[in-house]
Design a protein around this ligand. Structure first.
Ligand SMILES: *[C@@H]1O[C@H](CO)[C@@H](O)[C@H](O)[C@H]1NC(C)=O
Ligand SMILES: *[C@@H]1O[C@H](CO)[C@@H](O)[C@H](O)[C@H]1NC(C)=O
Length: 368
């Protein structure tokens, strides 16, 4: 009897642990969302209050913005012509409730990273320690940031090999973890880069196995997997399989395995909203999900997922990763102009797919 009871207790504890882990996978949660936060101020569209972010969005990524630094931290905002400081970061931090807040953070490009990291593993992380002082000042100014997603780590067209990249980045991450023990740290990687790097590597890049022990999770972004250049991409720029592009989700899953990026730490970042041909003069403020429903004629050439391809992406994230991030939530029909079961149609349809549910058709979202 006692034996049976303690078994029961142990199994309850185990269930609880497993449940907590899946709710809280790697700190960012199975379903997270990118949030621009200035839709009304910058685009003149309806306001999306922080309180209307769905409960299922467990973490908020400050979207479309990255923090740059040269031993002091500043916040440039590409979308803000007046170069005002990041309008809503503090508001989001104040109102986040139980959600976690992550910001993108990093040196502008791999050249700056490699200059900074050059010899961190041989000098005890001197530059990293300096950088952490700048970061600490930033955290003090903006209390409540739970984690960082490091950006700019990929090679570009004319990069030279950075020998010792993995070891030096590892030292940097160790210094960061030691300086901020509660900080959750992920790396931002693009699916397009990974496919290029692992199908046709010109020069060696990061060895994930070296840095994995000091990395909490990986964001694998397919937000820019392809451009919206033709009818081929009408149903989204991140196709599962395709004859017209090598940048597919099917290819990506093989590449992630090749790169030794652990499935349990992969969070796919999906585009929720439409994209237009790069030759068209629409700005990002124009490219909203509600426009697809309200102006179907004008938007007929735009690239956007269907309910079933959103469902499929959720299913993919569950199968080949630990979760997903939808980007950008606030342009994803917050007022439910599309007459769907819920607002935020793309986010909810990916979540449905993740949970093995087929989303019910919407009144005005009829792209097939
Ligand atoms: C953009 O316009 C140029 C010039 O008209 C054309 O050559 C190119 O193919 C267009 N690009 C796309 C993606 O449609
Ligand atoms: C895909 O990659 C192969 C091999 O590198 C190449 O021959 C082919 O042209 C590519 N296809 C497309 C659509 O880019």
């Amino acid at each position: 009897m006692y034996f049976y009871n303690s078994l029961l207790l142990i199994s309850n504890i185990l269930t609880l642990t497993v449940h907590t882990q899946s709710q809280d996978s790697n700190g960012i949660g199975i379903s997270a969302c990118g949030f621009f936060g200035a839709r009304a101020q910058i685009c003149g569209l309806s306001d999306v209050p922080i309180t209307s972010i769905p409960a299922d969005c467990l973490s908020i990524l400050i979207d479309e913005v990255s923090v740059d630094l040269r031993y002091h931290v500043s916040i440039p905002c590409a979308c803000n012509p007046n170069n005002r400081p990041l309008v809503n970061l503090d508001k989001i931090l104040k109102m986040k409730g139980t959600k976690r807040v992550f910001i993108c953070y990093g040196h502008a490009n791999i050249e700056e990273w490699s200059a900074m990291l050059a010899c961190e593993s041989c000098n005890g992380g001197t530059n990293s320690l300096d950088e952490m002082k700048g970061l600490k000042a930033f955290f003090n100014e903006h209390p409540g940031i739970d984690g960082l997603i490091l950006t700019g780590l990929e090679y570009d067209e004319d990069s030279f090999e950075f020998p010792g990249y993995s070891e030096n980045l590892k030292t940097y991450l160790e210094v960061m973890k030691k300086s901020f023990p509660d900080l959750i740290v992920g790396l931002d990687l693009s699916g397009r880069f990974l496919i290029d790097q692992f199908t046709n590597p010109k020069i060696p890049w990061l060895d994930i196995t070296v840095i994995d022990s000091v990395t909490d999770f990986y964001v694998v972004s397919v937000v820019f997997l392809n451009d919206c250049t033709s009818k081929d991409f009408r149903n989204g720029i991140a196709p599962m399989t395709a004859s017209y592009t090598n940048y597919t989700l099917d290819k990506l899953k093989d590449v992630l395995k090749q790169a030794s990026i652990p499935k349990e730490k992969i969070h796919f970042k999906f585009k929720l909203n439409p994209l237009c041909n790069p030759n068209d003069s629409y700005m990002f403020c124009d490219l909203t999900m509600e426009k697809i429903c309200l102006q179907p004629q004008e938007t007929s050439s735009w690239c956007v997922d269907t309910l079933s391809s959103f469902n499929e992406k959720g299913n993919y994230a569950n199968k080949y990763g630990a979760g997903f991030i939808g980007s950008s939530l606030d342009f994803n029909d917050p007022d439910n102009c599309c007459n769907c079961e819920k607002p935020f149609i793309g986010f909810n349809a990916i979540l449905d797919g993740f949970n093995g549910v087929t989303t019910k058709p919407c009144g005005s979202f009829n792209r097939n």
